[in-house]
Design a protein around this ligand. Sequence first.
Ligand SMILES: NC(=O)c1ccc[n+]([C@@H]2O[C@H](COP(=O)([O-])OP(=O)(O)OC[C@H]3O[C@@H](n4cnc5c(N)ncnc54)[C@H](O)[C@@H]3O)[C@@H](O)[C@H]2O)c1
Length: 349
Amino acid sequence: MEKIKIGIAGFGFMGHCHADTLKTIDEIELTAVADTNPEQLKDAPAGVKVFKSMEEMLKGADMDAVIISTPNITHLEMVEMAAKAKKAIICEKPAAMSVKEFDQMTAVTKENNVLFTVHQQRRWDTDYCIMKEVYDKNMVGDVYVIKSQLYGFNGYMHDWHVFPELGGGMLYDWGVHLIDQILNMVNAPMESLYADLKNVINENVDDYFNIMIRFKNGVTAEIELGTYYLTPKRAWFIGGNKGSAMIDGFAGEGKIVRTSHLLQNVPGKITMTAAGPTRSFGPAAPGLLVEEPLPQVNVSHRDYFLHFIRSYYQKEEIMIKPEQVRKVLCVMDAVRESAKTGKAISLEL
Ligand SMILES: NC(=O)c1ccc[n+]([C@@H]2O[C@H](COP(=O)([O-])OP(=O)(O)OC[C@H]3O[C@@H](n4cnc5c(N)ncnc54)[C@H](O)[C@@H]3O)[C@@H](O)[C@H]2O)c1
């Protein structure tokens, strides 16, 4: 198999991450990097050609594919240029600023018959893959609720991420990944969505959101992100009629909990708690709750590129499909609409 020659457009934070990952993959050769800021090119890897623009890189570099890791506002023009130059394209997320822009991208990539996918590598996150397996294999029975929570302490956005017109804010940032994970996990038609979107400490861009999506298969998913929670956590909860599964941490630490026997009635015995007497919410009787380990998975973001290579050589269908990316962008529109109006939005996507 011939090596795929790749160029990176935009050699900032993510461009450098890509270069580091590609170093570990024999089937890919990084041949070029381009950035409009010469400072960024100073530490380009040895032997890699550097260019001061995408246009120059497309003309001057030996490459089959391009990774677009420039700010969000530039993605459309970058995709158009790369498609017309007949390069396979991996575009950073969010692929586009709007559904309309994304439709322009898919049109130009189809016209030019080039492979077009988006770097939504969080489908290969350990915590997500564990929970997807729990869901896919019905490990907690029929699922009624899924919660995906991401809380941080570093509340302020930085660089271009503070400007809404450049595609800043957390919905465009982590929101894309978290919504994509849920849609890919549940994989069922959606019914409606209700969302809250706030600027807690950032003046111009969102830094908190809470999104509730009702799917037609009976699952309700809640996605909550706060950059200024001051209690960092990456948590998952899946509730089913045969148990619950929970994770706290990107490494996927957590458990499945079941009951040794499903109670048919609320026990007559009243438990006293610090908040007074209760029949339903006191501590469980010894032996009633049984814990099991979560399934193990062995995934990494490198797998995204290994999968890309197989798709490039047409050995595998691309996993991050344009129609899925479009659906996430439609959900993001509905999030903004619901947050603005304070109303639930009907979703027939
Ligand atoms: N998949 C992920 O997990 C992930 C993580 C972080 C960022 N991203 C995405 O990666 C992209 C870049 O984000 P970042 O945080 O690395 O930004 P960044 O500011 O660190 O890097 C962007 C680089 O692009 C360069 N640039 C700007 N306009 C250009 C142009 N027209 N041509 C060539 N270079 C240009 C800038 O000089 C800068 O070096 C964004 O779309 C962002 O959403 C994805």
